[in-house]
Design a protein around this ligand. Sequence first.
Ligand code: GRG
Length: 303
Amino acid sequence: MTTIAQPLPAADTGLTEHIAHLQHTLEARLDALLPLGQERDLLAAAMRDSTLAPGKRLRPLMLMLTAEGLGACPRAALELGCAVEMVHAASLVLDDLPCMDDAALRRGRATLHRAFGEDVAILAAIALLSRAFGLLAAIETVAPATRSRLVAILAEAIGAQGLVKGQLQDLREGSQARSAEQIAETNRLKTAVLFGAIMDMACQLAGSPVGVREALLNFAGELGQAFQLYDDLRDLDPATGKDPGKDAGKSTLVAVCGESRTREQLLGHLNTAEHYLEQAFMGEQALASLLRKVFGRVEAGRC
Ligand code: GRG
């Protein structure tokens, strides 16, 4: 029986506090890494606005908690987490553009192009990507060969075999009839691949054994599928801070198979993800608590 899909037990307050502390550290570091800019520096303001807006910080927290569980350097993990959150923020800015999802709301605020204009939004996304790679390349506490590997992992996850390809598939095929397998492949590219890169980066940093890395990559694949289905199931939920009903007319799994089968599949992916997580870490650890915070309502059918 899955536990990630159940709420965090009250006894886990220590872990909750630990996660809140990591999130605070991460947000302070992001704040310090982003350009301050002068009053009229639209680019700096847009980079800060999109990245520091209130998000779940799931990806960097996953990275930091996994690195911690594997015994990797926490300072380096913090820098990697910041780079990943900048990439994620850039992907959301691009995803919201009129030529893509044409969204008005993100994280409970006006989307970046609505607030700053399309030109600034596109350039801010490029500047965030550039800042993220610059950051990775400059982590002095990490050996140069490992640093190069980290840069390559993140670049591969974004590019033509990752987010970019998934996004194009979603844009061009999402309005046509798709099989459950085609939907899963697009979801793998646009969502799961970045989770995989996060796990891989934590393993590279820690110098983890092959078996642990394999288990964590499998975990990421399952979690990515679960996360995208969760996102799709919440299309009408105003608590997401996004425009409700954006998936109308789109061939998501919810549209193809219905809510109940999608929720079943989501629980199946979470169950398998948890199995791989236990295989990697052999026991209860903080990452599972973080995931319960995100998915804790699924089993009760409240998503
Ligand atoms: C060049 C980085 C880059 C991307 C280009 C636009 C694009 C290709 C990809 C978009 C991929 C995308 C938006 C996938 C959806 C993933 C998803 C479910 C995002 C929502 O993540 P949350 O819920 O958001 O973690 P918060 O706001 O909490 O951080």
